[in-house]
Every structure is written in C-alpha cells, then in structure tokens.
Design a protein around this ligand. Structure first.
Ligand SMILES: C[S@@+](CC[C@H](N)C(=O)[O-])C[C@H]1O[C@@H](n2cnc3c(N)ncnc32)[C@H](O)[C@@H]1O
Length: 471
C-alpha cells in the first residue's frame, strides 16, 4: 500500500475504536488491508486463523446504510432507496483531490474508499470515453453494462430531483466546491461526482437484513474493513457474522454490528489473502458491475472444470428478426409464457449444454416451418404442443423439431465460436501498444470474456456432435 493508504487505514482503525467502540486489539481485529496489483486492496490474515473464528466486528454506528443515514436527510415519498441515500451522502462528502474527506460523521471511512473508477465500464459510458474498449465487449456484456447504466441514470435523476426539492441539504456538504448551482444545473462534473459515489456503493455494499422483508432492496450496507475483501469464485470463503435480524426473520430498527468470520472446519495461514464471494455471478455480470472477471486457465471451460456461460440473446433476437411477422409472433409467445431472454450455453456440469430456456425458445422457433415468415394458421395447436414440453408432459414436439433445433443450435455455436476467435485475434494486435496501467488488466479481462465464449461454444458443439441428450 502507498504511504497515503497506510495512513488512511490507521486513521480508519483509530476512528472505529475511538468513535464507535470497535475492538481493534490483535485478538479482535485479525486482518489487515494490503495492496495487490490488478485487484487493488484486499484483506489479509495478520496471523494464523483457526476455523469458526470472528475476524472483526464493526459496530452498527460505523456502517453506511438506511439506519445510520435516514435521520440525517429530509423524508421523501417514496423514500430514497438505500443505494440512492448512501450515494447521496458520499456525493455530498466526496474528498477533493488527494485530500482527506471532511465529513464529520464518516470522514475516515470515506477517505479510504477508492478515489477513481477509470477502469469501470460504467465510467466509460458516462464519460463517453474508451469507445474502443466498449466496442470490444461481447454483446451480452454490453447489454449488462446497458442495464447498469440505466440503474445509474434513474438513481442520479432521483437524487438530483431530491436535491432540487431540498436545497438546504447542500449546506451539510463538507465539500468546498458544491454551490447553489447544484440545484439548477446537472453538468458533467456533478454527474461524475455522483458516479464516483454510486460506484462505491455498487461495488462495495453487502447484504444486511435491516428491513422485515428479507428480499427488500434496502437491505444493504457499506461496512468499513469488510469492504476491502476481494472476490473469489472458489471456496473457502469468509462468512458474514450471524445476524439476529436474519435468524429471527425480522428487520433491525437500529441496525446490527457487521463482520466476518472463518468458515467451520477451515483455517488460514498468516499473510494469506482472505476472500468472500460476491454471489454466484457469471463473468459478464462481474465485469459490468465490478470491472473484473474470474480468471480462467486456458482449456478449463472447454473441459467443463469451470462453468463457463454464454448468453446468446443477440443471436436469437437476430434470428427472430429475420423471420419477419412469424418472428414477432414467436417473440410475443415467448414473452407471454415467461420464456423471453436468459438464453444461455454452459460448459458445466458436463457435457456442455444449452439452458432449458434456450431449448424451449428454439423448439418454438422450429414449430413454424423456417421458410414461413407469416403468422401460423394453427397458433393454438402449435402453442399447446409447445407448452406440453414446458410442463414436462412431453419430451419433445416431434423428432423433426428436435433435429431442427439441434441443427440451429450447432449453427449458433459455430457463429459464437467464429466471432470469439475473430475478437481474440484482434485483441492480439492491441497487446503490445495498449497495456499500460489498468488498461493492461482490462484487456486481459476482455480476452477472458471472449475465450469463455469460444470454449463454451466449442463444448456445446462437441456435445451436439456426440449426440448428447439435453434437458
Ligand atoms: C468490495 S471492493 C474490494 C476492495 C477493493 N479491491 C479495493 O481496492 O478497495 C470490490 C472491488 O475490488 C476489485 N476486485 C474484487 N475482487 C477482485 C478479483 N478477484 N480480481 C480483481 N479485482 C477484484 C474490483 O475492482 C471490485 O469492484
């Protein structure tokens, strides 16, 4: 870590101890924050950690969430979401340049947060830069970046309107550069300040049961120390401390402390990096939400040692478009039955296979002769037969239909594999002149994303050639 980061980490610990009563002695705080190129800061074991051991506990008052922030801001109907509220607070207290955050409430915590997100695809979208990197993303990854961009825009619009309705909250800002202009002009500089705040929330918040309903979107928190934990797809993972609100299935009006422990039966040696799992996400989601991907050794996806996933939405949509009115009819039938989208290919568990949703979409696609571009004359009959396969009443629509969709699936795999090979070849050309700093890391991520597409498509193609049955 740089001298600055070291100093900030020390200040954070003093703040947690003195202002919030956190125990930070060596028996109570068993991790330290250290820097690793590519992944940034991470959590490391200060000493040998035994199984089922609490590594640290952060008091509820030091967390950034609806419980610690809602009383600081005027109410709104409907209330700001947790993401909007925490982002607003970070926005109002963004540190200027390399200086420390001046927020009297959470300053030492906000000071340790990343200062920029140049390597995040949402930043490229909002700044309208890095067009080349964006153009090299697989279509399915671009689509998730679209979704993340829409979420950001909605939150920024909402928070901006809220600041216009409540201009006095600007006077609570610890920044010297926020003036009355905020409530009249939504310029690029302000948008980027909010982007910084929002990306900190989006990449660092964790689930915490605060509301009675477990699935409430406001059940999230930013937790100092905890949020230095990097992700690994492979166990063993650290686990959050048990929560009373979770055990009793209730919310928590005051919030609860939060922390991490080692899993039962697994210890860690001194100095080992300790990971958590940010959900079971496909690489496209990890890249679009967090700006990195799970590393995959060459051949591991093809061999089914890793579950590679390819989303073929763009390919299916184009095939439907090419079928004119018949394609539109198929689309609306898929939508009505809840089978629109999430069409994926997988390399594991072996053999490589299409998802049931994709098989179902292809079955319907071939229920009307391919040369037919008009609405079918017998739609009810076609739909009844197709629904029987959805509900498991029948294994297939007909042997002809099975052969037809398998042939189309093979064509799709060949198309995906050829596109991936082309992109990997093009990426070889940029390697030498464009790999400085974070870009080198990002290009490696792009290579992994395309290699995953190639290896998954090849694995499924092999299964089709081997005559594997798919379910
Ligand atoms: C919750 S933060 C973890 C701490 C972060 N590394 C830091 O420097 O503050 C999440 C971010 O860490 C990075 N990250 C987490 N796990 C990673 C991994 N396995 N490989 C590369 N980057 C990772 C990504 O930038 C992600 O958006």
């Amino acid at each position: 870590m740089s001298a600055n980061s070291n100093r900030r980490w020390e200040r954070l610990l003093v703040w947690l101890r003195d202002e919030h009563g956190m125990k930070t002695g060596e028996e109570d705080l068993r991790v330290a924050c250290r820097y690793r190129p590519g992944a940034g800061n991470g959590l490391y074991a200060l000493d040998r950690c035994t199984p089922s051991t609490t590594l640290f506990t952060v008091p509820a008052s030091a967390l950034l969430n609806i419980r610690t922030l809602e009383r600081r801001y005027p109410p709104r109907r409907p209330p700001l979401s947790a993401t909007q509220l925490v982002s607003l607070h970070l926005f109002l207290h963004r540190p200027e340049g390399e200086s420390e955050c001046k927020d009297p409430a959470f300053g030492p915590y906000i000071s340790v947060l990343p200062r920029q997100f140049d390597a995040h695809p949402l930043t490229w979208r909002i700044r309208r830069t890095e067009g080349e990197l964006l153009s090299r993303l697989p279509p399915s990854v671009s689509r998730v970046v679209d979704v993340v961009t829409q979420r950001f825009q909605i939150d920024w619009d909402t928070v901006f309107d809220y600041m216009q309705d409540n201009p006095h909250i600007l006077s609570t800002s610890s920044r010297s550069d926020l003036d009355a202009a905020v409530h009249t002009t939504k310029d690029q500089a302000l948008t980027e300040d909010f982007l910084w705040a929002w990306l900190n929330v989006n990449t660092r918040c964790v689930y915490q049961r605060l509301k009675p309903k477990g699935s409430d979107a406001d059940n999230l928190t930013m937790c100092p120390v905890f949020d230095f934990a990097n992700h690994s797809p492979n166990p063993p993972h650290l686990l959050p401390l048990p929560s009373n609100a979770e055990i009793w299935g209730t919310g928590s009006k005051r919030g609860e402390p939060y922390g991490l422990r080692t899993p039962d039966g697994t210890g860690f040696p001194k100095d080992q990096e300790l990971f958590i799992q940010y959900g079971v996400h496909a690489n496209k989601t990890l890249f679009a939400e967090y700006g990195f991907v799970n590393a995959m050794a060459e051949g591991d996806v093809r061999a089914g040692r890793i579950d590679g996933e390819v989303d073929v939405q763009d390919v299916v949509e184009r095939m439907l478009q090419d079928r004119g009115v018949a394609g539109q009819w198929i689309k609306s039938a898929l939508e009505q039955e809840g089978y629109w989208g999430y069409w994926t290919l997988h390399s594991a568990p072996k053999p490589g296979h299409p998802s049931f949703r994709l098989i179902s979409a292809l079955r319907l696609y071939h229920s009307i002769p391919r040369t037919n571009t008009a609405i079918p004359r017998n739609p009810d009959e076609i739909l009844a037969s197709w629904r029987d396969t959805l509900m498991g009443k029948k294994d297939s629509i007909s042997p002809e239909n099975e052969a037809a969709w398998r042939a189309t699936l093979a064509d799709m795999c060949r198309e995906v594999a050829a596109r991936a090979s082309r992109n990997l070849e093009n990426l070889k050309a940029v390697k030498s002149n464009n790999t400085e700093g974070w870009r080198g890391f990002t290009y490696d991520c792009l290579r992994t994303l395309w290699r995953e597409e190639l290896e998954v498509a090849e694995a499924v193609l092999e299964s089709i050639r081997d005559g594997e049955e798919f379910w």
